[in-house]
Design a protein around this ligand. Structure first.
Ligand SMILES: [Zn+2]
Length: 156
C-alpha cells in the first residue's frame, strides 16, 4: 500500500455508515465500521461499508480475532483494500491508547476515523465532524482538516 492521494466516498455509503453507527448509539454503545475500497493507481474508491461482528460497550468496542481473520480472507478473495476503520465515541472524538492498541488495520497509511456523539452529527460538513488519523511509521497521527479535505472526496 502507498500514500492515498485521493479517496472517493460515495454519499450513499457515507449515509449507510452513519446510519449503522447511530444504531449502536441508540443503545448507548460505540460502534465500529470498515470502509473497503478498490484501487486504481493512487486513487481509491470506497465500494462498501462492512460492519464486523463486535462486542460493544458505552466506551469501547472489540472485534474478535476470528472475525478479523474472516475479514482478511474476504479482502484477499475480493482483492479490495481496507482503506479506513471508523468508530464512534459518546462525546468528543480522539484516538485513545486503546484505539491505538486494538486497531484492526496495520497497513502503513491506513486511516482511522473517530466519529463524535455516537454519530449524532451534522451531515452537511461531515468531514469537519470526523477526527481522522493515519498510520504513519506505526503511529496513528491526527491529520489536519486541510489534509483530510485534500484526500477524502465525497461522490454525490
Ligand atoms: Zn475510541
Amino acid at each position: 500500500m502507498n500514500v492515498f492521494e485521493e479517496i472517493f466516498v460515495p454519499i450513499n455509503i457515507l449515509k449507510k455508515t452513519i446510519k449503522k453507527i447511530r444504531e449502536f448509539g441508540d443503545v448507548s454503545t460505540e460502534g465500529f465500521a470498515l470502509w473497503v475500497a478498490s484501487q486504481h493507481l493512487n486513487k481509491y474508491q470506497v465500494i462498501d461499508v462492512w460492519i464486523p461482528i463486535q462486542e460493544n460497550t458505552f466506551i469501547s468496542y472489540y472485534i474478535p480475532e476470528t472475525e478479523v481473520h474472516r475479514i482478511n480472507v474476504e479482502l484477499n478473495k475480493k482483492r479490495i483494500v481496507p482503506i479506513a476503520q471508523l468508530h464512534s465515541h459518546p462525546r468528543s472524538a480522539y484516538h485513545s491508547c486503546i484505539d491505538d492498541d486494538f486497531s484492526i488495520l496495520h497497513l502503513p497509511y491506513s486511516y482511522s476515523i473517530v466519529i463524535p456523539n455516537y454519530g449524532d452529527i451534522e451531515m452537511s460538513n461531515i468531514f469537519d465532524e470526523f477526527v481522522v488519523y493515519q498510520l504513519i511509521d506505526n503511529i496513528w497521527k491526527e491529520r489536519s482538516k486541510e489534509q483530510v479535505k485534500k484526500v477524502f472526496k465525497l461522490l454525490k
